[in-house]
Design a protein around this ligand. Sequence first.
Ligand code: ADP
Length: 453
Amino acid sequence: MRTSLRWQILGLYLGLLVLGVGGLAAWSGYQLKRSAEERAYHELVAKALIVAAVVQEPLEHHRLPQAVVAGYARSTGARVVVLDRRLRVLASSEPAVSSHPTVPRQGWGVEGSGRRLYATVPVADEDGRARGAVELSVPEAAVLAPVRTAWAALAAAGVVVVGTVAVATSLLAAWITRPLRLLTDAADAVAAGRLSQRVRVEGAEEVRRLGSSFNRMAEQVEAMVAQQRAFAARAAHELRSPLASVRLRLEVLRDKVARDPVALEFVDDTLRVLDRLRRLTDHLLVLAAVQETGAPQRRPVDLAPVLYELVEEVSALAADAGLRLEVDVPPHLPEVLADPEQIGLAVRNLLDNAIKYTAAGGRVTVRASASDRSVELVVADTGVGIAPEHLPKVFDRFYRVPAAGRGPEGSGLGLALVREVVEAHGGRVDVRSTPGAGTEFRVRLPREASAVP
Ligand code: ADP
């Protein structure tokens, strides 16, 4: 069973306390009862001796009317029974004792349905000869009434003590576990990519040390990741110029071999590979840029012209692939706070994919619309679609659906870039797809007034 530390502390404290307080209360209660019983018995004996002294003379002269015995009972607060030498009842303050036992009763005994406390003393004449006996008795309830009040007081005190300690322990447990909870939240935040997350160093010494260690570790991780990002961005940047220069040379070479079909095909293939390499470096550069905080290039932009430009760029590609390209974008859209190049590259990736994964004769649609709070861009196709088991993973870096598409082209970075760019702009991207029927990507970006800076 998994129980939180807070409940474990509370359970342990309360368990020990209930045992301790309960044990103490039970022992005190028992002692109280015993001393009350002893006191009641001694008092009863003392009263019986007094009654025995006063009944001695009337007993000798057989003058013991019921009314006299009843008077003794009132003054002693006990039932009074006067017995003869053979312990037969001569007089009783209550009528219920006609068949009296033949041994004198002392201490606790059972009578009818209840217990009574008895004290029996002999009545002797002046010469010391036994004339009879006097038996005083009280019901158990009368003996235990004061004890019951003390028990109730003990129980109430126990409940108050346990309740107070429960509240205090609960507060103590919360104080102990709070820094741990904050640490767990911070660790979750770092795991989710918010590397700048730190914790306040507070609480007990051990927890403070843990907090400091966590902060040091998070700092190291953040520095290492920043270093790696800077390295990837730098490497991609450094690759750009040599790639451009190789492309330039190949284009010159292409003119030279224009009449040699084999060489021409070879050069064209190489140019295509170069284009993929360039796109890959572009993706890496944008991915490195979106992770930088501050995003200085963001400004209020109308994305409608950006979309028209992109449609223009890919229309030849779509036509070559035998696809119909449909556009449903208003001339202007409300402004969003964005880096138009990054958003442009993201939508371009969606368009490239739509074209890449749709067979000839199909359709690619670009739509845009605005609501009160956001601008929505949709790229839909009637292509191969994505099976449900792959859908949650297509936005991961380097994830490619196995054996999808027409060829090996693609790096698996396209959709990762889309998601990271869109989320860095405070938006979100969703995908819906039916295998064999088509796919629809929906990008929602907050309008300028509500944009996340
Ligand atoms: P790639 O470079 O492989 O296209 P992406 O990150 O752009 O990488 O896409 C990841 C995977 O998602 C692709 O391998 C492809 O299988 C699938 N995918 C993306 N867009 C579509 C689409 N419009 N139709 C069908 N599958 C798609």
